[in-house]
Design a binder for this molecule. Structure first.
Ligand SMILES: *Cc1c(COP(=O)(O)O)cnc(C)c1O
Length: 399
């Protein structure tokens, strides 16, 4: 038996705040009754600023982020279409695999895990695509496996520079709600999110935002689709419901979570993630460890992947943290298995939680044989937090 609080520092699912948990304790309701629109409507409207859009249509798809990945593809493209994407981590690699499995021709650019989406190479490939074969460019905004954030605006600029009219699809599963995301400004055509990361809800909803241009391509797409048919879902949303039985509790949770984001202010939410991430990064550096992210400039504000010393198995660090300290870190994915562990620092989080993460990381690393000086990481993070104080506590009105 473990006592005390279990500390969840995985990059999703993230901690669900108490008021969001309570919002789910409601009786079952009739999703065909007119009142249901009174729940769905504010959720769809509340998501728009989080995605940075006024003009996109948003669909809620039962499933997870992966379902929204699939819906982005199957509602707009056709088998044999060419898509361009970089593989620089587990999630970008999986999205490429899915595109291939669905019959797309994937032009993949392989770059180091730890590097961002290579904007100049994307621009070069688009420039070389004289016959306009590339139908879509896929970007993983925040590679959760490596802790790297990519420059989506830069990819938009590359498309514009080449006068290329490919669609721009962006995976924002671990960024939307935590890091600035500007769907309209960046000209993103399909933006993908999930309920369980920055949006602080349980898993169970894929969220897909589609630009007017993306919506225009639906009619010409010949991919088979049924459960994740976007037109059908948007029509159902217009009528105040879903095409099938919705996970109503998740909508109650999402409404409460969106209220929190709005009350804190998105600007403050992003600033908080940046401040906390800076503390984590300073702590890791003071322990003498390297991040998987190759440069600070593109280090993610929502997750940090940390390389363990050569002779220390990261899996050992993770199991010590779990078994001795009731604390959960993310594992190294794919080729990083055993070589890295991850601290998720997104969602409902504060300085104290980050200090706990660093303190437990130091204890676990030391127990696994790493030469870390206990307290060095903590002190470095404390120095960052001391120099950058948080916004005054925000009162969230109880519903
Ligand atoms: C978590 C994650 C996914 C997968 O989302 P699921 O909700 O687990 O399907 C996809 N992309 C990124 C960047 C993620 O972090």
């Amino acid at each position: 038996m473990q006592t005390g609080t279990a500390h969840l520092f995985i990059p999703g699912p993230t901690n669900v705040p108490a008021d969001v948990q309570r919002a789910m304790i409601v009786p079952m309701q009739d999703h065909r009754a007119p009142e249901f629109a009174g729940l769905l409507g504010p959720v769809l409207e509340g998501l728009k600023p989080v995605f940075g859009t006024k003009q996109a249509r948003i669909a809620l798809l039962p499933g997870s982020g992966t379902a929204a990945w699939e819906a982005a593809i199957t509602n707009t493209l056709s088998p044999g279409d060419k898509v361009l994407m970089a593989r620089h981590g587990q999630f970008s690699t999986l999205w490429a695999q899915m595109a291939q499995a669905l019959g797309l021709r994937v032009e993949a650019i392989d770059v180091a895990w730890g590097a961002p989406c290579p904007v100049r190479e994307i621009e070069r490939r688009l420039g070389a695509d004289r016959h306009g074969e590339i139908r879509a460019v896929f970007v993983t905004h925040n590679e959760t496996a490596t802790g790297v954030t990519s420059d989506v605006a830069g990819v938009r600029h590359a498309l514009d520079t080449c006068f290329h009219d490919a669609l721009l699809f962006v995976d924002g599963v671990s960024s939307i709600g935590s890091i600035r995301f500007e769907m309209d400004k960046w000209g993103v055509d399909m933006a993908v999110a999930g309920s369980q990361k920055g949006l602080m809800c349980p898993a169970g909803l894929g969220i897909l935002a589609a630009s007017p241009k993306a919506l225009d391509t639906i009619a010409g797409s010949t991919m088979p689709r049924s459960f994740l048919d976007l037109h059908a879902m948007l029509n159902a949303h217009d009528a105040g419901s879903f095409c099938y039985t919705p996970p109503a509790q998740l909508l109650h949770a999402l409404r409460a979570a969106l209220t929190r984001l709005k009350t804190e202010g998105l600007h403050n939410v992003f600033a908080r993630h940046h401040r906390l991430a800076n503390g984590i990064r300073a702590g890791i550096a003071a322990m003498g460890l390297q991040t998987v992210a190759e440069h600070r400039i593109f280090a993610s504000d929502t997750v940090t992947a940390i390389r363990t010393p050569q002779d220390v198995d990261a899996r050992e660090v993770i199991s010590i943290a779990r078994e001795r300290y009731n604390t959960h870190f993310g594992g190294g994915l794919g080729p990083l298995a055993g070589k890295a562990f991850r601290i998720g620092h997104l969602g409902d989080l504060n300085e104290g939680m980050c200090l706990t993460a660093l303190g437990i990381a130091e204890l676990s690393l030391k127990a696994a044989g790493a030469r870390v000086e206990l307290g060095a990481g903590l002190a470095a993070a404390q120095a960052v937090f001391a120099a950058h104080s948080p916004a005054p506590a925000l009162a969230i009105a109880a519903e």
